[in-house]
Design a protein around this ligand. Structure first.
Ligand code: HGY
Ligand code: MN
Ligand code: MN
Length: 408
């Protein structure tokens, strides 16, 4: 079996570790994540690494270097959590491929002065708590303690979930890297492209030129629940139409602003009975743009729209910003090294921007970051039909392998 075939096969094996029957869903600090960490941790150890869970719930594999601490550590990896009804490659591809790189170094008795850590981040998608990057923010040292009190739909807090998972909220500051003089060389993430550009260009890999900024807001309208058969329309404070107006306002904003993407992928009306007027209405906004100013202006305008909808309908409105990440620049040197490694193998690796967020967004607060994209079938992602060809996984491994060895 080639490394490319092994990487794809392992992503598919890992995709069977789910909290849902018949589809892949793996949220932060859940039993499914524990099973995933056990499986991936075993692959790390098979590759000659040590594997441990950090206080924030991230899986950390380590391959020591031959040099002392002054040689530093290069961080590789991606995330192990998923969206709901996910594909097999968004996240795990980067973790499994990095493990294959370490295995290949061992097989070729290649020594490096610096250590290699492979990180399996615990919460890039933010599916459970509406946040994102809980794991990578802990590693980057930017974890905000207020996040511990955020609740999921069942009322569990991040703190409670992490303790139940075997993590240690009090130890999260110790999960931060680069402290006490630790030298971090950078973070390099391999990730499926999640778009059609590489397939359209007919190339296996691409080098990320930058990562778009993103804002996520939970908008909560509060009105008055009541009997659908007895409360006259003129006396209602119904939150469902408010949610509907908010969704359309998002779409209108994005359709009228070049390069703006605005999505409501999650909404809810409660108590959620056909014959009850909804007293609580929730719309979860996701707003993105490569330009931070344009994104901020769009978010501010949508906030005003939410206020106006609430005022007109006699509703309360809470604007709860769960995520607000600026666009992230990648490191020129690490990125140029990826390009050079591809060119040396005769592989055309175009530079393409990332509209999707990645743990590299959080890690950019800690160290230089770079990303290598891998072609995916139809550009499809956040979908069970995600697919990556073994030959493309192999090409990405070759590029990353040569780039890492070139750092020595
Ligand atoms: O939403 C994103 O951009 C990423 O998949 N978390
Ligand atoms: Mn994703
Ligand atoms: Mn991802």
């Amino acid at each position: 079996m080639s490394y490319g075939e092994q990487i794809v096969a392992r992503c598919r094996e890992l995709a069977r570790v789910s909290e849902d029957e018949g589809r892949l869903t793996r949220r932060y600090a859940t039993p499914a994540m524990q099973r995933a960490n056990t499986l991936v941790g075993a692959w790390m150890r098979d590759a000659g690494m040590t594997a441990r869970l950090d206080a924030a719930g991230n899986l950390v594999g380590r391959r020591p270097g031959l040099g002392g601490p002054e040689a530093g550590t290069l961080l590789l990896g991606s995330h192990l959590d998923t969206v709901r009804d996910a594909g097999a490659f968004d996240g795990p591809l980067g973790v499994v491929l990095a493990i294959a790189l370490v295995d290949r170094l061992r097989g070729e008795r290649a020594s490096l002065p610096f250590a290699l850590d492979v990180l399996g981040f615990a919460d890039e998608e933010g599916l459970r708590f509406g946040t994102a990057y809980l794991g990578s923010r802990a590693v980057a040292g930017t974890f905000d303690d207020a996040l511990f009190d955020v609740r999921d739909d069942d009322g569990s807090t991040v703190r409670g979930a992490l303790i139940a998972f075997g993590g240690d909220p009090r130890g999260v500051p110790d999960a931060a890297r680069g402290r006490d003089g630790e030298r971090i060389l950078g973070y390099v993430e391999v990730h499926m492209e999640q778009g059609p550009v590489l397939e359209d260009r007919g190339v296996p890999v691409g080098v990320v030129s930058g990562i778009a900024g993103a804002t996520r807001v939970e908008v909560r309208f509060t009105g008055q629940a009541g009997h659908a058969g007895t409360v006259p329309m003129r006396l209602r404070r119904d939150t469902a139409p408010a949610v509907a107006e908010m969704v359309l306002a998002c779409e209108d904003a994005a359709r009228s602003t070049e390069g703006l993407l605005a999505t409501v992928g999650k909404m809810d009306v409660r108590p959620g009975a056909p014959n009850v007027v909804a007293g609580l209405g929730i719309a979860f906004l996701d707003v993105r743009h490569a330009n931070d100013r344009i994104r901020a202006d769009a978010v501010a305008s949508l906030h005003q729209t939410a206020d106006a909808i609430a005022a007109r309908r006699g509703l309360g409105m809470e604007w709860d910003v769960r995520l607000d990440n600026p666009a992230v620049a990648v490191d020129d040197d690490l990125t140029a090294r990826l390009e050079a490694a591809a060119a040396a193998r005769g592989v055309d690796a175009p530079r393409i921007p990332s509209g999707a967020g990645h743990d590299a967004v959080a890690m950019a607060a800690l160290c230089p970051v770079a990303m290598l994209f891998v072609r995916c079938a139809g550009g499809l992602s956040h979908h069970p039909d995600e697919d990556v060809a073994p030959a493309d996984a192999e090409a990405a491994l070759d590029v990353l392998y040569d780039m890492v060895r070139g750092l020595a």
